[in-house]
Ligand binder design. Structure first.
Ligand SMILES: NC(=O)c1ccc[n+]([C@@H]2O[C@H](COP(=O)([O-])OP(=O)(O)OC[C@H]3O[C@@H](n4cnc5c(N)ncnc54)[C@H](O)[C@@H]3O)[C@@H](O)[C@H]2O)c1
Length: 367
């Protein structure tokens, strides 16, 4: 089945070119009072998620970001600031800006520090949801650096043995530049839950059921109804207490350590009560040639890649992928063919356009 066909026969699919998606998001954000350069950063982050097939964190997030701006939860004009802590450590204060702004500033600062010292460590407080972590890993990869990108997030699952959501399903992301031959970087970006909560929101948006095992309802029962997970239920951690341990790790490193909110106090990206997100991030950027030469590093990455994808395959498996490779292939295809959205999603985006008096999103005619 091609990407321009929806899996749900009730839902028509529309294709949107990535540059049209970006222009649309920029126009919405600017109409809501965001500066043009800041709007570009946010749009690029969201569209990159759609390009990589991470639709849970793509432009369909824009109505919730706009709602948070309108209700005072996010300051559309805030300018994040940097303060040095030691020679290779800095602190970014997001001042309650849209999450992509302080997080990008943190990565760029960490790259500068890593360039001078081999490693750069940046803690971020007073931030908001930054979307898909991979776009920040990519920023470091494009500059040739290894990185760890941590964030905390709003309560979505209880500690192991509990029954009240407390920890975020906060993604753990890491990247290392590609070898010379493979051209495929290592890019792991994963929530500590079976799937990201955004995938449950996506199913709810599209009127679809979710597989058993993704989440529980408010009574702790397994459910296939995404609404029951979002409204009072919680997400399933990966590998039981190990998943909740990883979720807590993100809260320690990105929350407790950086001075941001933690232990259930982070405000969610769909909250419209006017409360700031108080999200925390931690960024570590490292030069790949700290222990072996740059050339040797690339050669070793090629060895790893070749051995991983060349591993003898289990029955029924066509191909083994490196972390991030499926998304890289999706991105290459979607740049050529466009990004598929279901009609309900296009309609929701266009309702924002009408409300703000900007042009509707441009879809590809006769895909
Ligand atoms: N900002 C936030 O608060 C927040 C919270 C949760 C999740 N997220 C985002 O949600 C997104 C989705 O998270 P997820 O956990 O559902 O991701 P996922 O399960 O789709 O993928 C996780 C990782 O596994 C790799 N992978 C997938 N299939 C593979 C295969 N067959 N072989 C080898 N590797 C494979 C992917 O490349 C990726 O690195 C992420 O981009 C994450 O940053 C953001």
């Amino acid at each position: 089945m091609s990407e321009s066909q929806s899996q749900d026969p009730k839902q028509k699919t529309a294709l949107v070119r990535h540059d049209d998606a970006e222009a649309f998001v920029i126009s919405l954000l600017q109409a809501e009072g965001v500066r043009p350069d800041d709007a570009k950063v946010v749009a690029k982050a969201l569209v990159q998620a759609d390009l990589r097939g991470v639709e849970s964190h793509g432009i369909n997030r824009i109505p919730s970001y706009l709602a948070r701006i309108r209700t005072g939860g996010i300051d559309p004009l805030a300018v994040p600031t940097v303060e040095m802590v030691t020679g290779c450590v800095a602190k970014v204060d997001g001042h309650n800006a849209l999450g992509p702004l302080p997080s990008l500033l943190a990565v760029r600062t960490a790259i500068t520090l890593a360039n001078q010292h081999g490693i750069g460590l940046v803690g971020v407080s007073h931030s908001n949801h930054f979307g898909m972590s991979a776009w920040l890993v990519r920023e470091a990869l494009d500059a040739g650096y290894i990185s760890l990108i941590f964030t905390n997030s709003s309560p979505a699952l209880p500690p192991w043995g509990g029954r009240v959501p407390l920890l975020g399903v906060s993604p753990i992301a890491a990247g290392a530049p590609a070898g010379e031959k493979s051209g495929v970087p290592f890019l792991l970006d994963m929530a500590p839950s079976v799937v990201a909560r955004g995938k449950v929101h996506k199913a709810m948006r599209r009127g679809e059921q979710i597989p058993l095992g993704w989440g529980l309802d408010s009574k702790g029962r397994e459910t296939t109804d995404p609404r029951e997970v979002i409204n009072g239920g919680w997400m399933m951690p990966i590998a039981g207490y190990k998943g909740t341990g990883l979720a807590m790790m993100m809260d320690v490193f990105a929350g407790v350590f950086t001075g941001a909110a933690f232990a259930g106090d982070v405000t969610g990206p769909y909250d419209t009560s006017g409360k700031p997100g108080e999200v925390g991030h931690l960024v570590v950027v490292m030069k790949p040639d700290l222990f072996v030469s740059a050339e040797e590093f690339r050669r070793r990455m090629d060895v790893l890649y070749e051995r991983v994808v060349g591993c003898e395959k289990a029955e029924g498996v066509d191909r083994i992928y490196f972390p991030g490779e499926i998304e890289q292939l999706t991105e290459e295809r979607r740049i050529r063919e466009g990004i598929p959205f279901v009609q309900d999603e296009i309609d929701a985006l266009n309702r924002e356009a009408e409300r703000l008096g900007v042009e509707k999103i441009k879809v590809v005619e006769n895909p």
